[in-house]
Design a binder for this molecule. Structure first.
Ligand SMILES: [Zn+2]
Length: 240
């Protein structure tokens, strides 16, 4: 039913952008509400708080034209996950189940020519759901892809495109912790899937589009998670 997970993930599909707007655009996004102030110390995954408002943002990534590739209707779980991401980032990103051979074996992809749609391999996400016993890791993989939509919407110029997407995914994971919809076991399962999809160590220092090794990816997700729970902005959390 499923294909073997692809360590290369969406790497082959995503071309990093080098355009104009800097991290300032993301750093100046204003959060609403709070889930721990800037002085709160968060050093690792713990029991999630379940009270209080959780910050959301207004990036506004929205499709401006029809899908540029065959776009399958997402299942209810994926549709719900992307809807939650849209609420978090203030966007209208759409999910497309992959219908073309090039997608098979990837986890997901966001294309520069179709920057507000996430094309995903449903079998991969189904696999993560099954091995994790949780839908949170798949949600955070979608959040990684959504991170690319954020990068494209803001035309971010970053040093490590993929690790920043991991960090932004972790930032969203922080919101899930804040909302009480991700628990410690979900966080650990998420780390495991990102570790699993890690590449060879030492390759990111010269190639900004490389996903990163297991510890680099987990560290990036952790950094975003801590940033959100510590009350930081996305830009301050993920200046990779
Ligand atoms: Zn990516």
């Amino acid at each position: 039913m499923r294909n073997a997970p692809s360590p290369s993930s969406d790497r082959a599909w995503y071309s990093p952008h080098r355009i104009v707007i800097s991290w300032m655009a993301l750093a100046t996004l204003v959060g609403m509400g709070g889930c721990g102030g800037p002085t709160k110390s968060v050093t690792g995954p713990g029991d999630p708080p379940t009270t209080g408002a959780c910050r959301q943002f207004s990036v506004g990534a929205t499709p401006l034209f029809p899908p540029q590739l065959p776009c399958g209707a997402p299942g209810p779980t994926t549709a719900g996950a992307v809807s939650s991401l849209n609420s978090f980032w203030g966007g209208q990103v759409q999910a497309c189940a992959c219908l073309i051979p090039q997608c098979i074996g990837t986890i997901g992809a966001v294309f520069p020519f179709d920057p507000a749609r996430i094309y995903y391999d449903r079998d991969q996400l189904t696999y993560f759901d099954r091995v994790s016993g949780s839908t949170v890791p798949s949600d955070i993989w979608l959040a990684h892809e959504y991170g690319h939509a954020v990068q494209l919407a803001l035309r971010l110029q970053v040093r490590h495109t993929e690790l920043q997407a991991d960090c932004l995914a972790g930032f969203y994971l922080g919101a899930r912790v804040c909302a009480g919809t991700a628990r410690q076991t979900d966080i650990l399962a998420t780390f495991q899937t990102f570790c699993f999809a890690g590449g060879p160590p030492g390759s990111t220092w010269f190639n900004p589009g490389v996903h990163g090794s297991c510890p680099e990816r987990v560290s990036a997700v952790q950094r975003g998670l801590n940033g959100y729970l510590g009350g930081l902005s996305p830009g301050a959390s993920c200046p990779l």
